[in-house]
Design a protein around this ligand. Sequence first.
Ligand SMILES: Cc1cc2nc3c(=O)[nH]c(=O)nc-3n(C[C@H](O)[C@H](O)[C@H](O)COP(=O)(O)OP(=O)(O)OC[C@H]3O[C@@H](n4cnc5c(N)ncnc54)[C@H](O)[C@@H]3O)c2cc1C
Length: 445
Amino acid sequence: LDLPQPELVEDEADVFITGTGLLNQWKWPTIDGLHNFKGVLLHTANWDDTFDPTDKSVAIIGAGSSGIQVVPALASKVKAMHHYVRGKTWISNQLSEDILKAGTSDNERTNFDYHESEKELWKADRRSYIEYRKSLEFRLQGQYEITRPDSLRHITARANYEKSMRERLKMKPEIIGKLIPDFPPLCKRLTPGPGYLEALTASHVELITQSIAHIDAEGITTSEGVRRPVDAIICATGFDTSPGQGFPIYGRDGVNLREKYAARPKTYLSLCTDNFPNFFQSLGPHAFQGAGNLLIMMEAIHKYMAKILRRLAYGNIRTIEPKQKQVESFTNYCDEYFQNTVYNADCVSWYKSVVSNISGEKTQRVTALWPGSSTHAVHALESVKWEDFNMETCDGNDFGWFGNGGTVAENGLNHVASLDGEEAAHIVEALTWYLNGTRYLHEPL
Ligand SMILES: Cc1cc2nc3c(=O)[nH]c(=O)nc-3n(C[C@H](O)[C@H](O)[C@H](O)COP(=O)(O)OP(=O)(O)OC[C@H]3O[C@@H](n4cnc5c(N)ncnc54)[C@H](O)[C@@H]3O)c2cc1C
């Protein structure tokens, strides 16, 4: 529904699935006086394309994934840039930098150009295309081992990131110590940020690590009492990712999912929870990935849901929900799992939130991430463990899934006049599909 005006609409369905995303409720930072500012005030997730930064003094607050992209994008245009950074951050090398450089036509551009000859080759030879993609994907999947702080890959990666950061900041060595973190890489989202560190070494770009005390109509004052006037403030301060955010969803006994998650986000494999029958969510708590391919995980989550929907559609099942014991088991497992990963280190990250632990004490827990690699997620979600679910039949008949002995296709024969036409072709297919894989005896298997 895309309603032009707010309107109360009542709707009904057998199943409710949310796909409302995780990184789209952008939020202003809570800084005293932020909205008293009379210049241009922007959030990176709500950009104004008419904003012209040319020759302006611009403050950029935040050095997360957005901040480190907006700094190099604007640095060459502005008169002065004040970059307010609350914490330190690892800046990695670009993944597959060698391939990227080889495929980029000039130094100014960081987007990738594929040559026509490559495209033609891949069109003609599917295997070489897949091999190329595998070579890229292999490097991405190889990041997972970096999440284990004692692994050789982690130790090597950390040393490489530090070496590269020192090299890229060598024109302004005084800021090196302000940027290289004490916590391990990947504890907070690791982003390459091409050009970010180089931009920070420019003479008109100032890195400010003192906290912001307040903002007035024309400028920003830090906790040390230094006031810097600016023409524009850009907040690269991220999204509301707290597990309790979002519109209320009520389950059995009127329990509000958001309140349940705000207390302790307990799910079964990230995609459903007990006492919320026929409710599923994409990118729920523990669905995200910190070192791998999120897309294949989301596909696996959706395929998993599709298998459940199929059972609801054809299996005489009215309601399905995960067993509370398995919801507890998955959530407790997540707590244990993250103890031995970089995510548990002392860093500020949207992967974490302050919620109850197993003993009911409020503490920082990793609540956004899947407890494992993305390939682990795909395997774990391959088949539905029906024994982990409680199901209610439509009519109380546990054998009702068996039907009445016939199939829809046979019944369809009563409704088509002749065996010509599209409808008839469907019926023929539905009654003879098992011949489609026919092979000759002399063919190799
Ligand atoms: C700066 C940034 C960089 C990223 N980089 C990467 C990357 O490199 N690789 C990667 O894999 N992922 C990346 N991500 C994450 C990726 O964008 C998300 O994981 C992905 O978009 C999730 O898809 P989705 O469809 O679940 O949610 P979304 O794309 O967020 O879509 C959710 C939709 O639901 C709508 N919606 C929300 N609430 C309501 C409501 N109440 N009523 C109606 N509609 C509603 C929203 O408006 C939105 O259209 C990045 C995200 C950000 C913000």
